[in-house]
Write a protein that binds this ligand. Structure first.
Ligand SMILES: Nc1nc2c(ncn2[C@@H]2O[C@H](COP(=O)(O)OP(=O)(O)O)[C@@H](O)[C@H]2O)c(=O)[nH]1
Ligand SMILES: [Mg+2]
Length: 415
């Protein structure tokens, strides 16, 4: 992956540069106005700085896996052991001051010692499963763990780097980072919704998923966001009649957005409701978010899915849910074959690494991620570049969070 900064007088100029240098597929990661200041005045007004990324078109050829003899393996093991525990230990030993006099001093020393032992233990526990790796890769592994990537994925990624890079390359931090981006990028599968305008029948989309993940909100965003279906002839159908409030919630959205809405109480009524809106561009079906442990609820949901025969069944999962719980949910909702995944509440997690684990959990393409409660704005297409940079560059994700996930795009930009 190539990540580059561009500075220009206007957004259009910057975007032209991006296109010229990185091609049509480049993704804008960030843009900001640089106010004129001090020595760096460019022209009269401020300038625009755009950071963009694109997959590396000519990645270096993959190497044959390096054969490790026993000696090298042993050396690696020793190196990893030093990394995982020794560094901290050595440091605290060296810092220990000999012969401190007086009771206050010795109490303080004792406390310091205790604190450093606890810190050592914590570091040791956190990284106790660190695989045997050369120093730069070991650092890379720890960064991945700190970003929330699960141990298994962190191991796979660093092992793959180890196998594909030569000894010399393994000293090169930038090169490792760039390869790591590419490996993470390859692991995300994403897709766009079919273009509704090109169809003779409405695109029928059903949203399923656990209670409270944000299905109804996401559906409202999809219906009204200009970059998705906003401005199209969209019909909403609620099958979530389990709670009165759920129907009311969608009704409110529908009336504000001026969209037709149907409430369907039984699966067998669904085909009729769909048939009544064959002139629509898209029909979005909301479903009940009852507990995935409720067998009757799952059977009901399946009956709606079977009756409605939607073109797309989107499983919504919240980014903040623990991976063990996600696995359970994916298993339970597996009775209804989902075609795509939507990952919600990305704004509620403090690091993005966990999303990499989530992407491995269900072999379906992601279409959107949602980044807040605002309808229609807080939804963006799932883009593998965006996702992989979020995972591999902690500071980028932190910045996104700090900016309330205001992702710039060519459409927004009038500078
Ligand atoms: N922070 C955050 N909250 C969200 C997001 N999407 C939905 N919500 C909130 O999550 C709660 C449940 O949403 P709802 O759409 O009713 O979930 P449903 O039960 O799956 O239909 C509401 O308070 C929403 O505003 C999101 O992307 N980020
Ligand atoms: Mg709902």
């Amino acid at each position: 992956m190539i990540i580059k900064k561009f500075v220009a007088k206007s957004m259009n100029e910057a975007l032209a540069q991006v296109k010229e240098e990185l091609g049509e597929d480049a993704v804008i990661l960030q843009s900001r106005k640089v106010e004129k200041s001090g020595l760096l005045k460019i022209g009269g007004a401020g300038s625009i700085e755009v950071t963009a990324a694109t997959p590396d078109r000519n990645p270096p050829p993959k190497r044959q896996p390096v054969e490790l003899d026993d000696e090298k393996k042993q050396a690696l093991k020793r190196a990893a052991e030093t990394i995982a525990s020794g560094e901290e230990l050595q440091r605290s030993e060296a810092e220990r001051t000999p012969g401190a006099e007086g009771s206050l001093h010795s109490v303080r020393d004792g406390l310091n010692e205790l604190r450093s032992s606890v810190q050592e233990m914590a570091a040791h526990l956190k990284y106790q499963n660190a695989p045997s790796l050369p120093p730069r890769l070991a650092q890379c592994w720890r960064d991945l763990i700190d970003s929330g990537v699960g141990e298994r994925n962190a191991n796979d990624l660093t092992q793959e780097l180890f196998v594909n890079l030569s000894g010399e390359e393994l000293e090169d931090e930038e090169l490792i980072e760039s390869h790591l981006h590419d490996l993470i990028f390859d692991r995300f599968r994403t897709a766009s919704l079919p273009l509704v305008g090109s169809r003779s029948q409405p695109l029928v989309v059903m949203l399923i998923g656990p209670t409270g993940v944000g299905k109804t909100t996401t559906l409202a965003k999809m219906a009204t966001n200009r970059k998705i279906l906003g401005g199209r002839h969209v019909v909403l159908i609620s099958t979530d009649t389990y709670r009165v409030a759920a129907v009311e919630q969608l009704k409110t959205f529908a009336s504000i957005a001026g969209l037709p809405m149907e409430v369907v109480y039984r699966p067998e009524e669904l085909p009729k409701a769909i048939a009544a809106h064959q002139d629509a561009d898209a029909i979005l079906i909301d479903t009940a978010g009852r507990s995935q442990n409720d067998r009757d609820a799952m059977a009901d949901l399946k009956a709606f899915a079977d009756a409605g025969r939607p073109d797309e069944v989107m499983l919504a999962l919240s980014a903040g849910t623990r991976i063990e719980d996600q696995r359970e949910m994916v298993r339970h909702f597996g009775v209804i074959p989902a075609t795509r995944v939507i990952v919600t509440k990305v704004d509620e997690v403090t690091s993005a690494g966990h999303m990499l684990d989530l992407s491995q959990l269900i072999p379906k393409e992601w279409v959107y991620i949602t980044t807040g409660q605002n309808v229609p704005d807080d939804i963006v297409p799932a883009d593998p570049i965006l996702l992989s940079v979020m995972v591999s560059r902690r500071e980028y994700f932190d910045q996104l969070r700090a900016n309330a996930f205001a992702l710039p795009s060519a459409e927004d930009s009038t500078a």
